[in-house]
Design a protein around this ligand. Structure first.
Ligand code: ZN
Length: 93
C-alpha cells in the first residue's frame, strides 16, 4: 500500500467531484462549458483508479524488508537475502 498515492488519488476524486458539481451547476444557468464538468468527472475517475492502485500496490518499500540483519544490505527477494546471509555470514537462517 502506497499511502501517498492513495491520498493523492482521494484528493483528485474530491477535486474532480467538486469541479464537476460546481461547473455542472453553473452550466444550468445557460453558460455551458460542458468540457469542464466532464473533465472533473474524468479527474475523479482518475483519482479513484489511483487510490485503488495505491491501496493494492506492493509498495517499493517492501523490498527493504529483505534486509540483512548483519550488514544492512538490502535485497530484492527473500532468496537473494538468504543466499547472501549464507555466503557472506556463513549462517543458515
Ligand atoms: Zn550481510
Amino acid at each position: 500500500m502506497k499511502t501517498q498515492t492513495v491520498i493523492f488519488g482521494v484528493i483528485l476524486v474530491v477535486v474532480g467531484v467538486v469541479v464537476a458539481v460546481v461547473f455542472g451547476a453553473t452550466s444550468v444557468t445557460g453558460r455551458t462549458h460542458q468540457i469542464i464538468p466532464a473533465g472533473g468527472i474524468g479527474v475523479a475517475i482518475l483519482g479513484g483508479i489511483l487510490s485503488i492502485l495505491g491501496a493494492t500496490a506492493k509498495a517499493e518499500s517492501q523490498t527493504e524488508q529483505f534486509k540483512c540483519q548483519v550488514c544492512g544490505a538490502v535485497f530484492g527477494s527473500d532468496i537473494a537475502l538468504k543466499s547472501h546471509t549464507k555466503d557472506k555470514h556463513g549462517s543458515k537462517p
